[in-house]
Design a protein. Structure first.
Length: 222
């Protein structure tokens, strides 16, 4: 039997030293996102191509930017005005010469000459006014429609004037040579009127040919 040990305090063992626990390492910072690529600079705008020179509109020519449509500078307007005035004056002279004979109304050919000469005089006067205005403003109406109207008017009045002159010449020759009745009629007035009418036609004929050539030329252009 084991002897009883005297009462004693229990042996107290000291607590072991706490083991230091390492704090978990902070997570590595996420890599910074790559810097957004800088937007590429806008390419410099290409220079606008130079505008091609526009072809002059038909009927405008060198009239300039402020010219109204269908207007064209024309250097021969002074000559055209002189020709138109000559036509009007010659036609008026033919009417005056025929009107000086009191009995001209008894013959159809002489009445026809007066009517044709009056129409030619009015037509030439209207064109003279237009050409005078064109000279004042330095422009001329040369659109295809205007040229066609001029051509038609010149040919109509020219044909009427020529046929009237021929008819009057025939009647005057018949009275003077065949009837030998000039002493009873005003043959000098008839002859003067017929001559003036032929001169009027000679002044109209170049305008007819030139305007017809202009119309044909514009019709042939694409």
């Amino acid at each position: 039997m084991m002897p009883r040990l005297p009462f004693s305090h229990p042996v107290v063992h000291p607590d072991p030293a706490p083991v230091p626990v390492e704090a978990p390492a902070p997570p590595a910072p996420a890599p910074a996102p790559a810097a957004a690529a800088a937007p590429a600079p806008d390419p410099a705008p290409a220079p606008a191509p130079a505008a091609a020179p526009q072809a002059p509109v038909q009927g405008q020519g060198n009239a300039g930017p402020n010219a109204p449509p269908g207007v064209l500078m024309h250097g021969l307007h002074g000559g055209a005005l002189v020709v138109r005035l000559a036509q009007a004056l010659l036609a008026a002279a033919a009417i005056a010469a025929m009107a000086s004979a009191r009995d001209f109304a008894s013959l159809t050919a002489f009445r026809y000459l007066v009517a044709a000469a009056a129409l030619q005089c009015l037509w030439s006067l209207v064109l003279s006014i237009l050409y005078f205005y064109a000279l004042l403003v330095g422009r001329s109406y040369r659109t295809p429609r205007a040229i066609a109207i001029l051509c038609a008017g010149d040919w109509i009045t020219g044909v009427l004037t020529f046929t009237a002159a021929c008819a009057s010449a025939g009647i005057t020759t018949f009275i003077n040579d065949d009837l030998e009745a000039c002493y009873e009629n005003h043959c000098p007035s008839f002859m003067a009127a017929t001559a003036m009418t032929f001169l009027t036609w000679f002044a109209v004929a170049p305008c007819c040919v030139l305007n017809l050539g202009s119309v044909v030329h514009k019709l042939q252009r694409p």
